[in-house]
Each structure stands twice: as structure tokens, then as C-alpha cells.
Design a protein around this ligand. Structure first.
Ligand SMILES: Cc1cc2nc3c(=O)[nH]c(=O)nc-3n(C[C@H](O)[C@H](O)[C@H](O)COP(=O)(O)O)c2cc1C
Length: 223
């Protein structure tokens, strides 16, 4: 299975989110290719629409996005591994989101909820997933924008793991709770490999904070 991880964390290998992503793929028993968004050159979309009007499917900018798009299309599974920044994705990751537009077409269609979208240029068989870590202990009033963006960009069906309190994964004193969380992530990876989905029971454990929000905030505030 060809798995491509797109690391949207500006921290590169030190990303806490990447620890979750690595555990998930370990649970799947697979290997993966990594693209570090801080190490590639992907310029912002120019908004010229040449990729729709002039050279369908091809961007006028000749940078790393050319081969990244090819890699995405050639993968069985693409995991966007990104922290939550200002309730959304970091700007280096957003540049890649914007540069996906050559995969769409100019046409505007209406979906079953009345939303407008651009249909894809070609049938894409790549499965897409999101793994994200964040610094707050709550999903509500925090992840809504990223969640909505991912629904609209890709699909509501795409699996996702939102790791609340993810800085705990890098704190030595928190190792027991972090290890417990990562064990659940490995289980999720194994389930996903076997059934194509994460079980409701495992998802509930992954969605929960590692320690209670009040204790977490007190620990963070006391550091
Ligand atoms: C610029 C910036 C914005 C952030 N915004 C949020 C936020 O909106 N919500 C949140 O819960 N955490 C926020 N955080 C905390 C990060 O999501 C958190 O530190 C996360 O563990 C980083 O993951 P990484 O190690 O994979 O990069 C922000 C951090 C930075 C540096």
C-alpha cells in the first residue's frame, strides 16, 4: 500500500502530530513516504485560473507542487498530518491545499446540501485522511473551521484523528498518558487496515483529552 504523509507542521520531525501519524501507520503495519511542507518549495496560488482555462490540470508555476500532485494521485492513502493553527491549518499547509485546484474544474455544481463545489477533473482513487494535534483540551470552539474545511475540500467521509492536548506527547512527565493514547492510535491504524474504518469505540477514545481539561490547563499554565 502506498501511503503518503504530508507533514504540515512547521516543526518538521519534532511535530507532536507526526508522532500520532507514525503510530497510526505503525498500527497499519505499513511504511510511508513523507513530504515535509517546510522543505519543499510550493508558492502561493496566483489565482490566475490558467490551470482551468489555459492549460487544464496544469499550474503555470513550476515548483515542487508539480511532483507533489503526481505523488498524491499515485498514492493509495494520503494523510494530511498537521497541527491546528489559529483554528485552521498552518500557512505552509494551506499553500498546498490552494495548489490542489488544478485537480478541479471551473464548472460549479450544487451538492445535496445546497453547497456549491467544483467537480474533479478526473476520477481520483486516493483515500484521504486527516491527523491533527492541537494545544487546547477541547474540540468544541476549536476544530470547527478545520473540520468544515476538510469536509468541503475532500469529503465528510474522510477519517480523522484530532489529538487534543498534543503537547503532552512531548513532555517526559506525561509519558504514561501519552503512551496510552498512542496505543489507541496504533489500534485505530490496525482497525483501519483491516476494515477501512476506525471503530466507534476507538474513535471515542481518540477524541477524548488525555487528561481532564482543568488539570491540563493548570499544568500548562504552571510551566
Ligand atoms: C501560531 C499558532 C497557532 C495555534 N493555534 C491553535 C489553536 O487555534 N487551537 C489550539 O488548540 N492550538 C493552537 N496552537 C497549538 C498547536 O496546535 C499545538 O502546539 C500543537 O501541538 C502543535 O503540533 P505540532 O507539534 O505537530 O506542530 C497554535 C500554535 C501556534 C504556534
Amino acid at each position: 500500500m502506498k501511503i503518503l504523509v504530508i507533514n504540515g507542521s512547521p516543526k518538521g520531525e519534532r511535530s507532536d502530530t507526526l508522532k500520532v501519524t507514525r503510530a497510526f501507520i505503525e498500527g497499519m503495519g505499513e511504511s510511508f513516504e513523507l513530504i515535509d511542507t517546510m522543505q519543499v518549495s510550493v508558492k502561493p496560488c496566483l489565482g490566475c485560473y490558467a490551470c482551468w482555462r489555459v492549460t487544464p490540470g496544469k499550474c503555470v508555476q513550476k515548483d515542487d507542487m508539480e511532483w507533489i500532485l503526481e505523488r498524491i494521485l499515485a498514492s493509495d492513502l494520503v494523510i494530511w498530518s498537521t497541527p491546528l493553527y489559529c483554528y485552521s491549518v498552518p500557512s505552509n499547509c494551506k499553500a498546498l491545499y490552494d495548489r490542489l485546484i488544478p485537480l478541479g474544474t471551473m464548472e460549479q455544481k450544487v451538492d445535496e446540501n445546497g453547497g456549491t463545489y467544483h467537480p474533479g477533473r478526473q476520477e481520483i482513487h486516493t483515500q484521504i485522511m486527516l491527523i491533527s494535534g492541537c494545544g487546547f483540551p477541547n474540540r468544541e470552539n476549536n476544530y470547527e473551521a478545520m473540520d468544515f474545511q476538510f469536509d468541503r475540500m475532500f469529503s465528510k467521509e474522510c477519517p480523522r484523528i484530532y489529538c487534543l492536548e498534543s503537547p503532552l506527547l512531548g513532555i517526559a512527565e506525561a509519558k504514561p498518558v501519552a503512551d496510552r493514547y498512542l496505543a489507541q492510535v496504533r489500534k485505530a491504524g490496525a482497525e483501519f487496515k483491516a476494515t477501512g474504518r476506525i471503530s466507534g469505540e476507538t474513535q471515542t477514545l481518540l477524541d477524548a483529552p488525555m487528561i481532564t481539561p482543568d488539570v491540563y490547563r493548570a499544568q500548562i499554565n504552571g510551566r
